[in-house]
Every structure is written in structure tokens, then in C-alpha cells.
Design a binder for this molecule. Structure first.
Ligand SMILES: Nc1ncnc2c1ncn2[C@@H]1O[C@H](COP(=O)(O)OP(=O)(O)OP(=O)(O)O)[C@@H](O)[C@H]1O
Length: 605
């Protein structure tokens, strides 16, 4: 077997959140976490409690009836054995077992319902919130790390909510019941047996902590595997193109081996736990029988009570053991919930002002007034941009890589907030209107045309969910996508694989144009695809673009000369500043940066 254990795990697959193993108990966080149970607790908790009480009482009564059977029916102190009483008590025990079983079935059912609902709520709250977070949040985090929180951290709360909480209440009730019964049956023997309780509790919590840490290590290793998997699958084309499969496999192997090793360790510790508990429990039983036998000899105890005692005592260790386990579960949950709440508490950097009003239907005038912006403090991406655009004009943004073209288009939809100056649409500062009313009137077609899994029709309809099938087809016809769609096996109902990998680049572009056209935005933002496509598709796209741009204010990060040439205004950016501005004619005459860019493009053709 291959072992890559000596190779350190690559830094790039280790996320900061992986390092948190467990957290101390935090009352505020605990209250917040359990707040999720509240809506269901009122509904279902009475039923759970009822089942719990029924289950516990019946369980505790069985040994008592057994002691009665021995002392009163089988071997009474005086008189002959009482057959009839034995039958009654046996029937009683059978009934108790049946009730206990039914109560158990329903209790598990109800607790599962509560647990699953809580997990469902937490998961949807988290997803809803993550969707609202601004671009800067995702800029800082790899997708794998976000994924791990939504899946692993939520899942690690599952056990606590479905079993842990209710079981620990049952365990406390059961423990209290047993203590009372033991002391009532024979207080001296009861106290003697309970001497081992603190030892048991100590062993249980201490050893469980070590086991918990070992299982957490397994979780961390698995989460690294998940992150690496996510990155590997997303980048599979690059990996294969650069023939890095072996290298990649080695990384994976290292992590896989690490995970296996940590699992072996945790599992071995788990197996060691049982015998330790049994030995400690055995101590209690030793005390019981040693003292019990003595008490029977001295006439202070009956055989029946000793038998009942031994059953109660063996029932005593289980709850103590489980309580230790739940406590550990709770600490793990504290760590997970802290990570979940950290995301939930992350305020979107860009959000509506309290007094924000909806932006009325846009006419389409846009103005940038001394706009400054930086993604990271101290690194200006835009430096004092001044730009006036009249409704219906098309603006081509050109410039070297990193000059700030995408930044400008990101700012119009207010995906980031500017650090200085202001951007207005029809004279209104875009920070004074609601994000929804702003973005719903802006159409964005990105270079990487995102195709979702679903049908072609669904993908176009993403632009306007209430559009009829006719509207969808009209939009596709307008951008000349109809013909190729009709040639697909099921036409508009053809299922596209995730991200539309079976469609060509040009086809994906046309689909995204149809999607934008259907949305019918007053302002259109387009990041033109750089990939070269054949002349026929190029012509098609140019024609489609004309339809799409007609009558709208548009910003295009332009790469094709044909697009640039038709623009009303060309803005040449350089290191975050506008260096030249004008029509194609005007700029070529200037013999400046623009001219250089155009010449360079031709040189490579
Ligand atoms: N998410 C980000 N976080 C930090 N810096 C960023 C981020 N996005 C862009 N930048 C930086 O801002 C500057 C402008 O980037 P921008 O993406 O606007 O350039 P561009 O002109 O669109 O480039 P290209 O033609 O290569 O797409 C660059 O220096 C870039 O490194």
C-alpha cells in the first residue's frame, strides 16, 4: 500500500476553520442554538415528555416487580410459594415491557422530527444568508471551505438535536429515579454502591474527551479531503491539460492516508472505552454483592431486593456513560455552531440603507463622479473616475489586463461599495436605492456564461421567472439562438448538463443573451468572451448583440474590434484611471494607448 504520510499536507488545502477542535461551553451560544428548537418544542415536547416519562417509569418498575416476585411469590419468608401472584407479576412485567417499547418507538419518532426540523431550519437559514453576502465575502474564501460549513458543521449538530438533548433529559430522570429507589430499598447498600459513581463519571468524561479529539481529527482530515476534491473536480481540465494527475493523486493519497490513520486511532480508542467502563462498573457490582451477601447473612436484606439492586445498578451506568457522551457532543456542537453563527453574523458589506427607496423605472443616464475604489486597503483599483453616460449609449471599456474594466462594471450593480465619490443613475446615488430595485433593472452577461443544470428553457427563463414559453422562444429567436436549440434532441426541453459543458462557447453566449433580453433591463453590462470563435458564430453574436443593445444603456468590456468600433464611446483605462475617451475614429487619430491596443490586436491576428 502506498503511504504518503511523510509528505506534509499542502498548505493550500488547509483552511483556518479546520483548526478549531472543540470549544468551551458558551451559555449565550447555547441559548441561541437551542432557540432553534423553540418553535417545535412547544408543539412536540409535551408528547416527547409523555413518552419519556412512560418509558422511564416502566423501565424502573421492572426490577421492582422482579424483587416482589422473588420475595413474595417464589421464596416468601413465611408460607408456601404463591403461584397466582407470580403469574400476575409476570403479566405485569410483560405489560411494562410492551408499554416501554411503544413509548420508545414514539419518543424516537418525535425526537427525530424535532431534530430534523431544527437541522432543516439551520441549513436553510445559513444558505439564505450566504446568498445575501457580498462579493468580498466570497473573494476571501475558497468555495470548498464554505461548502464544508454548510454540510459538515450542520451535520455535526444532527446527533445532538435528534438524540442528545432528549436522551440526556431521560438519563437525568432515570438517574434520579434509580437513586431514589436504591435509597428507598436500602439506603446503606445504596450509598455504598454509589461510591463508585464519581470514579465512573471522571473516567467517562476524561476518556471521552480524548476520544472526541481523536474523532475531531478524523473530521478535519475528511474536511481536507472534501476541499481538495472540490478543487480537483473544478480544476480537472487544467489538471489534465498540464498532466498533473500523478502529482494531484499524491496530494490526495497523503490526505487519504492521513484520514485512514486518524480513523484507525480513533476507532482503537473507542474500542478501549467499553472495557474501561465495564471494569469501573464491575467495581460497583463487586461492592454490591460483597456487602449484599453480608447483609443477607445478617438478615438485613432479602434476595429479591439484592436482585433488584443489581438490575438497578447495571441500569445506573448507562445514563452516566451517555451523559458524558452528550456533554462531549455538546462541546463539539459548540465548535460547529460557532462556525455556523460566524457566517450567520457576517453582515453583507453592501446592503440597503434603512431609508433606501426603490429605484423608479430607469431611464438610463449614468454618471461616475470622482469614483475611487479599492478591494484591499491601500491598493487602489480605481482612482478618480469621471464618466457621463446618456441613456441609450453604449460604452466600450478597453485597457490592459488589471486596468479596472471589470471593477467598473462590478460597481454599477453595486456589488461592492465605492470608497470615494459617487455613482448615480438618473441622478440618484445608487447607495440611496434598494439593491433589489437596482439590480433587477440591470442585465449582466458575464464572460463565463453560467449555465445551471436544468433545461434550455429554464436557463433562458432565469432572466424573468414569470416569462411564458412564448416569451422564452421569442427572446431566443431575437438573438438567433432558436435554430441551434431546435436542433438539440429535445429542443427547448433538452436537459443541459451542469454548466452547459455539452454546449459550445458561442451557443452558451447566445443563451445568455436570450436570458438577458428576456429580463429586458434598461442597463446592460456585458463582459465579452475573449475566446475566439468561428467567423459565422462571431457574425451571429454581433447580430445578437445589436438586438440586445438596442435602446439600452450598455457597458461592454470589449475585446472584439467589431464591438468596440460600434460603441458610442470608448473608455480607455490604465491602472485604474481613464486615460482616453472618445469614438473609435477620434481615438485612432490620437495615436495613444487605444491605438497601441488596436495595433497589438491586429498584430496577433
Ligand atoms: N476580488 C479582488 N480582490 C482584490 N483585488 C482585486 C479583485 N479583483 C480585482 N482586483 C485587482 O483590481 C485591479 C483591477 O482589476 P480588474 O479585474 O478590474 O481588471 P480588468 O481590467 O478587468 O482586467 P482583465 O482584463 O484582466 O479582466 C487589479 O489590480 C486586480 O488585481
Amino acid at each position: 500500500m502506498k503511504s504518503g504520510t511523510d509528505v506534509p499536507v499542502q498548505e493550500r488545502f488547509v483552511y483556518k476553520d479546520d483548526d478549531v477542535i472543540d470549544k468551551a461551553f458558551d451559555r449565550k451560544q447555547f441559548t441561541r442554538l437551542f432557540g432553534y428548537m423553540k418553535p417545535y418544542a412547544r408543539q412536540m415536547l409535551p408528547l416527547v415528555m409523555l413518552m419519556m416519562v412512560l418509558g422511564t417509569v416502566t423501565k424502573l418498575m421492572v426490577p421492582f416487580l422482579t424483587s416482589l416476585a422473588i420475595d413474595k411469590a417464589i421464596a416468601p419468608k413465611s408460607g408456601s410459594p404463591n403461584q397466582a401472584l407470580l403469574y400476575i407479576l409476570t403479566a405485569g412485567v410483560i405489560v411494562l415491557y410492551i408499554v416501554q417499547w411503544i413509548a420508545g418507538v414514539f419518543r424516537i419518532k418525535y425526537t427525530n422530527v424535532i431534530g430534523q426540523k431544527v437541522i432543516y431550519d439551520l441549513r436553510s437559514d445559513l444558505f439564505k444568508h450566504i446568498q445575501k453576502l457580498s462579493f468580498n465575502f466570497f473573494d476571501k474564501r475558497p468555495a470548498g471551505s464554505v461548502l464544508v460549513r454548510v454540510t459538515n458543521d450542520i451535520n455535526s449538530l444532527q446527533d445532538l438535536f435528534t438524540n442528545g438533548v432528549v436522551n440526556s433529559i431521560i438519563d437525568c430522570v432515570q438517574l434520579a429515579g434509580i437513586v431514589v429507589i436504591l435509597l428507598a430499598l436500602n439506603w446503606k447498600l445504596g450509598l455504598a454502591v454509589m461510591v463508585t459513581v464519581p470514579i465512573m463519571f471522571l473516567v467517562s468524561t476524561k476518556y471521552r474527551r480524548t476520544i472526541r479529539i481523536a474523532w475531531q481529527a478524523v473530521r478535519i482530515k475528511n474536511s481536507r479531503i472534501n476541499s481538495h476534491l472540490n478543487e480537483s473536480i473544478q480544476g480537472i481540465r487544467v489538471t489534465q491539460a498540464y498532466t498533473q494527475e500523478l502529482e494531484n493523486m499524491n496530494y490526495f493519497d497523503t490526505m487519504n492516508w492521513d484520514s485512514k490513520k486518524s480513523w484507525d486511532k480513533a476507532s482503537a480508542m473507542n474500542q478501549g472505552f467499553g472495557p474501561i467502563i465495564e471494569v469501573t462498573g464491575g467495581l460497583g457490582t463487586l461492592v454490591l454483592f460483597w456487602l449484599g451477601a453480608y447483609m443477607i447473612q445478617t438478615g438485613n436484606l432479602t434476595v429479591g431486593v439484592l436482585v433488584a439492586f443489581s438490575t438497578y445498578v447495571s441500569n445506573f451506568w448507562d445514563p452516566i456513560n451517555r451523559l458524558g457522551q452528550t456533554y462531549n457532543q455538546l462541546l463539539v456542537a459548540m465548535a460547529s455552531s460557532e462556525r455556523i453563527f460566524e457566517y450567520l453574523d457576517e453582515e453583507p458589506l453592501v446592503q440597503d440603507k434603512p431609508e433606501a427607496k426603490p429605484l423608479p423605472t430607469i431611464h438610463g443616464d449614468i454618471s461616475f463622479e470622482r469614483v475611487y475604489f479599492e478591494y484591499e486597503k491601500g491598493r487602489a483599483a480605481l482612482k478618480g473616475i469621471d464618466l457621463e453616460v446618456s441613456a441609450g449609449q453604449s460604452i466600450a471599456l478597453v485597457g490592459h489586463t488589471g486596468s479596472g474594466k471589470s471593477t467598473i462594471i462590478n460597481l454599477i450593480g453595486r456589488f461592492y461599495d465605492i470608497t470615494g465619490g459617487r455613482i448615480t443613475i438618473d441622478g440618484q446615488d445608487i447607495r440611496d436605492v434598494t439593491l433589489n430595485s437596482l439590480r433587477s433593472q440591470i442585465g449582466i452577461v458575464l464572460q463565463d456564461t453560467f449555465i445551471f443544470s436544468g433545461t434550455i428553457r429554464d436557463n433562458i427563463r432565469f432572466g424573468r421567472l414569470d416569462a411564458s414559453d412564448m416569451d422564452v422562444e421569442e427572446a431566443a429567436k431575437a438573438v438567433d439562438a432558436h435554430d441551434f436549440i431546435m436542433k438539440l434532441p429535445d429542443g427547448y426541453d433538452t436537459e443541459v448538463e451542469e454548466r452547459g459543458s455539452a454546449l459550445s462557447m458561442g451557443q452558451r453566449q447566445l443563451l445568455s443573451f436570450a436570458r438577458a433580453l428576456l429580463a429586458n433591463p434598461r442597463i446592460l453590462i456585458l463582459d465579452e468572451a475573449t475566446a475566439s470563435i468561428d467567423t459565422e458564430t462571431e457574425l451571429k453574436i454581433q447580430e445578437a448583440l445589436k438586438v440586445l443593445l438596442k435602446g439600452r444603456t450598455s457597458f461592454i468590456v470589449a475585446h472584439r474590434l467589431s464591438t468596440i468600433r460600434h460603441a458610442d464611446k470608448i473608455v480607455v483605462l490604465d491602472h485604474g484611471e481613464i486615460k482616453e475617451m472618445g469614438t473609435h475614429q477620434e481615438l485612432t487619430e490620437q495615436q495613444g494607448i487605444y491605438n497601441g491596443l488596436i495595433e497589438a490586436q491586429f498584430r496577433f491576428l
